[in-house]
Design a protein around this ligand. Structure first.
Ligand code: GLU
Length: 519
């Protein structure tokens, strides 16, 4: 739903730095970026930090770092300001107070001087009347202490005396407010359902509603793409646009469906990560209050492109069976109209599948560069580039996470601590002892140490003595790696090198032979 092709597409991702970016926030950001990219528009990052009570130090840089890791680089932001700054709302307070005054002068907002005690009394009164969740609304305001009920001289006096006040929106009586949402169609609210929201707090800071609307207008936002939890605030936002005389320029709204728990019941929360054993944040986050670290997708070994691909499909469907999309393909295929209305169930197995697909697609050399330091640190070695490449080629098809490569590479740098004796006792036959010795001997004398030569030597012996592969290869593998399955055995021998292979084989063979004799 693009209003006119000549209009500039400008979207924003507007997180509040009240904690780390949740996976739902990442999806909101991604959809904004994809939409901007598709239409040659601009995507800005605005930090909505006007709620001082909920401000969490470190959250802002976490959000920016997470977006950066994911390759979602805003065209305008606090780190890269454009022409519509500042991009942090706490630096725009002057702008908001001017706009609040404009609403007051136009009769769309009013001062309210009610004390906390008076507000409590009001709530008690309303509850007595059978109202379950009392609101400061068009009825209640008539009996409260505000600039609509007090005479102007009194209001002036209260203001001159620095009496604490808030400013509230004056919601008009008996009207239906409607707006269209690309995902949900026509949405309507009756003004009797709407409270007179505070727009300027006693501390002088605006609330989310005011700051959000003012900034969307001043930053020339054309489309507001955000989570479903904001749908019910939108009627208030429409009233603010009306109050400012900006209805002509009201953005197109698109409210995204929730991301649901794996069970499909209820919204995915930060605690679900620990409960179900998967991350819900892009990067690790240490919660100072709770003294707990929440796992990040990055630290779990996810590739950012794989995570984005997975997240893109949580709530949006391309209308085809295609699942693997790179960033440009996503932008090309993306449309707000193809976003589902209903919640999207989070499926961690699917996330892992995406990661595996992206690992498989990676150029082995690039994957090697990616894990080289980790392998060298883990095994305290310097690794030869050819050897690294061979190891990567062996392990790449066998992992879901990049760091599994580091763990699985241990067979090349550590003697097996334990042998799979269960399989070994089944597969090792004493009558083959001499053949095993012969295999070791042949390896010892092999003139060229290549995978082909090693393969030919071992396979040659098996067929010349009419032995069974299943009797010979499994014990060899277990002596070399400890395990009964794994990547190509002959390549493992080649990578281990002659000396190490022979040592492991001899040691394993001897141990197995002795334990058979003891038994
Ligand atoms: N600051 C709001 C949030 O944290 C932004 C909502 C919106 O995009 O309007 O989600």
């Amino acid at each position: 739903m693009i209003r006119s092709m000549s209009q500039n597409i400008r979207v924003r991702f507007a997180p509040s730095p009240t904690g780390p970016l949740h996976i739902g926030g990442v999806r909101t950001a991604l959809y904004n970026f994809l939409f901007a990219q598709k239409h040659g528009g601009t995507c800005i990052l605005r930090i909505e930090d006007t709620d001082q009570a909920r401000y969490v130090p470190g959250a802002e840089s976490y959000i920016i770092d997470a977006l950066e890791w994911l390759g979602l680089i805003p065209d305008e932001s606090v780190r890269n300001p454009g022409a519509y700054g500042p991009y942090r709302q706490s630096e725009r307070t002057g702008i908001y107070s001017d706009h609040v005054m404009q609403l007051i002068r136009g009769g769309h907002a009013y001062y309210a001087f009610d004390t906390p005690e008076e507000l409590d009394n009001m709530r008690a009164r309303e509850m007595n009347r059978g109202i379950h969740s009392p609101k400061y609304d068009q009825h209640v305001r008539k009996s409260m202490k505000n600039s609509l009920t007090l005479d102007p001289a009194k209001v002036k006096q209260l203001l001159d005396n620095d009496t604490p006040f808030v400013v509230r929106m004056k919601v008009p009586e008996d009207r239906t407010i409607s707006f269209s949402d690309v995902i949900r169609g026509e949405v309507r609210f009756h003004t009797s359902e709407l409270d007179d929201k505070v727009i300027l707090k006693a501390d002088g800071f605006p609330t989310y509603h005011l700051a959000n609307v003012v900034d969307d207008r001043l930053m020339r936002i054309s489309h507001v793409i955000r989570g479903e939890e904001w749908l019910s605030s939108t009627a208030h936002h429409v009233l603010l646009y009306e109050g400012f005389g900006w209805l002509e320029a009201i953005p197109v709204f698109a409210h995204l469906p929730l991301i649901l728990k794996p069970t499909g019941k209820g919204k995915l929360s930060k605690r679900d990560g620990a409960k179900f054993g998967f991350p819900v944040f892009p990067l690790d986050w240490y919660d100072k209050k709770e003294k707990t670290t929440y796992d990040g997708f990055r630290e779990k070994g996810f590739l950012p492109e794989a995570l984005l691909n997975f997240i893109a499909l949580l709530g949006w469907n391309p209308g085809t069976d295609q699942e693997i999309f790179n960033r440009d393909e996503l932008a090309e295929a993306f449309s707000l109209e193809n976003i589902n209305k209903s919640g999207a169930q989070f499926d961690f197995d699917k996330a892992k599948w995406f990661n595996q697909q992206y690992i498989l697609q990676m150029n082995p050399k690039a994957l090697g560069d990616f894990v080289k330091d980790d392998i060298e640190n883990a095994y305290e070695i310097q690794i030869d580039p050819n050897k690294l490449l061979t190891i990567i080629e062996l392990l790449q098809p066998r992992v879901e996470f990049v760091d599994e490569i580091v763990a699985k590479a241990n067979i090349f740098f550590r003697k097996p601590e334990e042998l799979d004796v269960k399989v070994l006792s089944k597969k090792y036959k004493s009558e083959n002892y001499g053949h095993f010795l012969q295999i070791v001997d042949d390896l010892h004398n092999l003139s060229s140490w290549t995978t082909d030569a090693i393969t030919a030597s071992i396979k040659g012996l098996i067929s010349s003595k009419t032995l069974k592969f299943g009797d010979i290869l499994p014990p060899l593998r277990i002596w070399l790696t400890g395990e009964a399955s794994g990547p190509d055995l002959f390549t493992i021998i080649q990578v281990l090198g002659r000396e190490e292979s022979i040592a492991r084989l001899r040691e394993g063979l001897l141990m197995t032979k002795n334990s058979k004799q003891d038994a």
